[in-house]
Design a protein around this ligand. Structure first.
Ligand code: ATP
Ligand code: MG
Length: 394
């Protein structure tokens, strides 16, 4: 029998009118990773045929694609006669070691002349008759033998492998991730991609106060995220002029609040240029002074674009668990200065007043500086395999 991989897409199969829209994007995303594959699908299953017989490698790749809930390696046959199916069943269990089993039948071809219950009995007793020392156990079997009677083909398979779930990346549009070198923002990016958001990223650096190492760390993080996103465009903003102006002119306790208002303003402009509909960041309620509800409100007021904060209700340890799972943790803990950690005041304001923010911002000519920062940004594209050349927008 021919081996074939098929996918179950869980939540997606519940979409009615726009199911095909989601499946088409999932199809494209898989094609991007498995270039020479042939893909076809119906409402419940997506089939992938490739010339590559290295199924472990294919399954590994599929496990990084959002929108896939289960991956199944199955045997496929076009022979639909009951005796052919019985013979094929014996063939595929021939080299399987088990003492107990159960048969599950899914009969999506409702015109097949024998019903599901009956088929289960026929297959079960045929296996019992032809293999020694085995018995049926419906509660806790060593293996489950699944038979699917479909319109065209018959599928036989054993277990399915868990996919990462979520929605296909791009199916919900684009977002701009504020990516620092920390632990939280890469996790926030991962979770946003899981809900189908295609990401671009923005990073604020303040050379010479922040180093090339800090930038390289962010590039590495972006590369990790690119695994799920095709590739990732990273906008690198030179934040030095703004940060120095803030440091010189703004009272110490409001440094961080004003700095973050500037970051939001710049991010909103870049998002709009890139047609990104939301900003995504790694803020988590209460984690630091700038992430109290009052702070978030004072910072948020400068932009209209919605802000998604996927880890806002996570504990740090929960964030770290995800960071370890996606391989960003070890990069994030490398000790390079971020522009948020230089010039940090000892006592940042915990409940900043919006009126004070307005008053202090009068002290700097921030609009021109923001314009220059956006205009002089560098954009690089990172994928899992390569980093493209700098592209200077000046
Ligand atoms: P992280 O661990 O992601 O650095 P954090 O707990 O250190 O987060 P902050 O430094 O207050 O928190 O930053 C909150 C969020 O603001 C970050 O998660 C990130 O989304 C964004 N951010 C902070 N610094 C930068 C930066 N230099 N470039 C881009 N985004 C940033
Ligand atoms: Mg940080």
């Amino acid at each position: 029998m021919q081996k074939v991989i098929f996918l179950k897409y869980g939540e997606l199969s519940t979409k009615k009118d726009n199911r095909n829209y989601f499946l088409k994007i999932l199809n494209n995303n898989i094609k991007f990773v498995l270039k020479d594959s042939n893909i076809y699908y119906d409402y419940g299953r997506m089939f992938i045929e490739t010339n590559n017989n290295n199924y472990d490698e294919i399954i590994n790749k599929l496990q990084n694609i959002f929108g896939i809930h289960e991956i199944v390696l199955a045997y496929k046959s076009l022979e639909r006669d009951i005796n052919d199916i019985k013979n094929n069943l014996l063939e595929v269990i021939n080299d399987k070691e088990f003492k107990t089993f159960k048969v599950e039948v899914k009969r999506s071809d409702k015109s097949y002349p024998i019903d599901g219950m009956e088929l289960r009995k026929i297959f079960g007793s045929h296996i019992l008759k032809n293999k020694d020392n085995i018995k049926v156990d419906v509660n806790n079997p060593d293996i489950v033998i699944n038979v699917e009677i479909r319109l065209k083909e018959i599928l036989i398979y054993f277990e399915s492998i868990k996919g990462i779930g979520g929605y296909p990346v791009s199916s919900l549009g684009k977002g701009l991730l504020m990516l620092s070198g920390g632990i939280d923002s890469p996790v926030a990016g991962y979770l946003a991609m899981k809900r189908g958001i295609k990401l671009e990223a923005i990073y604020f650096e303040s050379p010479p106060h922040t180093s090339e190492n800090a930038l390289n760390k962010v590039k590495e993080l972006a590369q990790k995220l690119a695994l799920y996103n095709h590739d990732i465009k990273l906008h690198i903003i030179n934040f030095t002029e703004i940060q120095e102006a803030i440091y010189k002119n703004i009272p110490n306790d409001y440094l961080i609040t004003i700095m973050r208002r500037m970051m939001y303003r710049i991010s909103a402009i870049v998002a709009s240029n890139s047609n990104a509909k939301v900003l995504v960041n790694g803020e988590s309620i209460g984690q630091v002074a700038s992430q109290t509800l009052t702070s978030m409100s004072a910072i948020n007021e400068v932009v209209k674009i919605p802000i998604i904060r996927p880890v806002c209700c996570f504990d740090k340890l929960e964030i770290i668990d995800v960071a370890k799972k996606i391989g960003t943790y070890d990069i994030s803990i490398l000790p390079y200065e971020d522009c948020c950690t230089i010039f940090v005041p000892e006592h940042p304001v915990i409940n900043p007043l919006k009126e004070k923010c307005h008053e202090y911002e009068e002290l700097i000519d921030y609009e021109d500086m923001i314009y220059r920062a956006v205009k002089t940004r560098k954009i690089i594209t990172l994928s899992n395999e390569y980093v493209s050349e700098y592209q200077d927008l000046l």
